[in-house]
Design a protein around this ligand. Sequence first.
Ligand code: IVH
Length: 718
Amino acid sequence: MYNNTQIRAFKQATTIFLQKLTLKEEISSVDINILKENLRFHEYRYYLLNDPLISDFEYDILYQALTKIETEYPQLITPDSPTQRVGSSINKSFVTVPHLVPMLSLENSYDADDLNDWERKAKDQSNLNAIEYCIEPKFDGASISIIYENDLLVRGTTRGDGVEGEDITNNIRQIRSIPLSAPFSKYGIQQIEIRGEIVMTKDSFTKYNESLIAQGLSPLANPRNAASGSLRMKDPKEVAKRNLEAFLYHISFIQKGITTPHKRDIDLFSSNDTNENDYQQILTTHANSLKFLWDLGFRSPQKEKVVVTGVDEVIKHVHDFEQLRDTLPYEIDGMVIKVNDFALQDKLGMTTHHPRWAIAFKFKARQATTKLRNVEFQVGRTGAVTPVAKLDPVQIGGVTVSSISVHNEEYIKEKDLQIGDTVLIERAGDVIPQIVKSLPDLRDGTELPIQFPTVCPVCKSQLFKEEGEAVWRCINIECTAQVVEKIIHFVSKDAMDIKSFGEANVRKFYEMGILKDIPSIYTLDFSQLSTLEGFGKKSIDNLTAAIESSKQQPLYRLIYGLGIRFVGETTAKALANSVEHLLDFTSKTEEDLQQLDDVGVKVAKSIHHFFSNEQNIIMLNQLESLGLQLKNIKKEAVVEGGLVGQTFLFTGTLSKLKRSEAEALAEEKGGKIVSGVSSKLNYLVVGEDAGSKLEKAKKINTIKVITENEFLELIESK
Ligand code: IVH
């Protein structure tokens, strides 16, 4: 969309703006147009190309500068200003509005025979021997329709019944990959209706479900439900937080003519070639329409699509693409095959239900039905009692599923689950399986309600539920289940990583009475272990060494291992970096804690609660006297490391080191590991079969691309 000259100009302008703002100089209102286009440029880099040129922090500085000018000069606010996504108004109700053209569905196909039948009909109808197709992913999300008039986004609608949908414009404006304005008028287009799919990435979905569970709420069955639920939220600000993405794949209506196009802040799209500007010259094939949308700043499946001739090629491609399914960041449930040529599409026409020029090829279902046989109740390390459904084992997407968490009492009620029910379950790639619903129509009267226990299934003490929470908890801190789960968490891989300890050994040692709490790990009576089957000298030596070396684990691992509620690995790192010694937290207030990255009100409260408990302080003192590292020694080492201030990213398969070992080496010398390629990256270390990260890095000339050997040399030299 942007040419090289424009990219350079934006980079320069960004640098100048940021310099001024860092020096606390004002940006003149005269520059508002450049500032706005600049922000749009960075949104495009971030949301469409996934290749930002500035940090989120720098983006925020520019955004705030724009907000400041607009507050001072409200007359300069335009409807497509980047600040105008987040409207203040709450959606009271969603009004139903007609689509300009009905939103049809797609015919489905499942195998080569179905596709051959479909092609045969198309060939008969068109008298052609060979047909060209454009193939693209079938995004598994919520379908939308958006309308631009005179270059401005004026409406966003759900599919509804296909003829009319709900007006969700305010919510659609929150999705940053959907431009608020686009220069359609340059192409003689006054009004355009575009169709697409809103998806939630698998990562965002997992995080979202985790946050629901942490709040004691019910998680959602799949990213599709999460996306469609998000689009209908009352508060647009909440929609903005959901990280939704939009794929636009179909132009359903165009009204020719120019009335009074919205004036763009800077004219980026002038062209002397009039032919190039006539949409009818450009929009001759589906593939061209995807490129057209992409060039105007829409996230169309321009990079994902392929154009092939004949059904045999189609079949080959859809099968190849199915192999990639699990590697994609979002869910797809098949491919859509579209006749590429628009003239031929018109000739083939449509039925009342679907176009004859397109067909969906559905991948193997990730859903299955099975019987819910029983519900068991497990007590976690925080005392939360979680019901787990025991199912007749069933295969979904190559994995056997026989038990699924059903989270809490509310969830069981919502899904109307009973013992003996047939249930529909779904597993989205690497996402944890969920029960979508029960099938009450298949009941035969022998089903039994699920009884939630009133006492802890392990220690039998009374269960409690906090107000506003859905989770029942055992609050007996001596409850065996909790103590054992706490120790299992403490020794686990991401926490203290005490190799060869493991869940089974924790349970065994606990039953034997030689392990009773976390400190007792460090005073284990090894003489008693030698009587156990499978515990020869070698395994005892290994275990002793692993326990001993865990004493030197960095502080954040210890913090994470303590299992403080709401403190995950990232928060543990932020906490560790903020103190000299772990017990410094005893003097911090909730307000102090909230100043830290990643720590909100709820998390601060939980941390404060942990460090105000005398028992916990006694335990930490005990651990220190047993030789564990409670000081933030890494902080000191880092300051001295030769790679302080340098960022690293590893891609491809390394041959000498594991990825985690390589990262640890860089961190030991003060380097920082980052998660993506951007201008903030200093070194990309490339192993075998490096893919898109390498391609991206090559485009940013400040990034040093080095091999594993070069990396090791660098580490040696520092
Ligand atoms: S084309 C007339 N393309 O699948 C054009 N649809 O099962 C019809 N979908 O209602 C739509 N990805 O919501 C098209 N690349 C894609 C799609 C796609 C997902 C959805 C769409 C449609 C449903 C039919």
